[in-house]
Design a protein around this ligand. Structure first.
Ligand code: NI
Length: 172
């Protein structure tokens, strides 16, 4: 297993639409394992393959709380097939370090995907996991949470983020 480098906005790979995974090979399984290790090390609650520079439709998530057992989900070619309600929680992203903002999302979603054994899975969920699925599937469509901000808020973000990136580069 390996910890992979996470790309930061505005890396162009993050803005691309990812390709479907056509076959679940050993390479895909290894990639998924590395993504899981990278997500836990960050730490984060979700990671999409484009964030580590692989433009394929693969995400990993674990939204379990601190004192709960891990609830790891690896989803290949995930899609939202039903959604309802509204929520607006503060989100962050491993590809947008140091910035957090509230984003309008659906409160409940039904998601369909393949697992690593190529079985079709459907999950109906709400709360943090529902938000995380929407956030990670957005990544597969080249969309970041900051793309949901109003143009005024996005302008503020861009100014702040420039400083955040400068500070990060100084630390390296
Ligand atoms: Ni993200």
């Amino acid at each position: 297993m390996a910890i992979l480098k996470i790309l930061h906005y505005p890396d162009p790979v993050l803005a691309k639409t990812a390709e479907p995974v056509t076959e679940i090979t050993d390479e895909i399984r290894t990639l998924a394992e590395d993504m899981v290790e990278t997500m836990y090390a960050a730490p984060g609650v979700g990671l999409a393959a484009p964030q580590i520079g692989i433009s394929q439709r693969l995400i990993v998530l674990d939204c379990s709380g601190k004192d709960e057992p891990p609830q790891l989900i690896t989803a290949v070619n995930p899609e939202i097939v039903e959604e309802e309600g509204e929520c607006c929680e503060e989100e962050g992203c491993l590809s947008v370090p140091g910035y957090y903002a509230r984003v309008d999302r659906s409160a409940r979603v039904k998601v369909r995907f393949q697992d690593l054994q190529d079985r079709m899975v459907e999950i109906e969920t709400e709360g943090l996991l529902a938000v995380a699925f929407q956030h990670e599937i957005d990544h597969l469509n080249g969309v970041l949470f900051v793309d949901h901000l109003s143009s005024l808020k996005k302008g503020i973000f861009k100014k702040k983020y420039k400083k955040i990136l400068e500070q990060l580069e100084e630390q390296l």
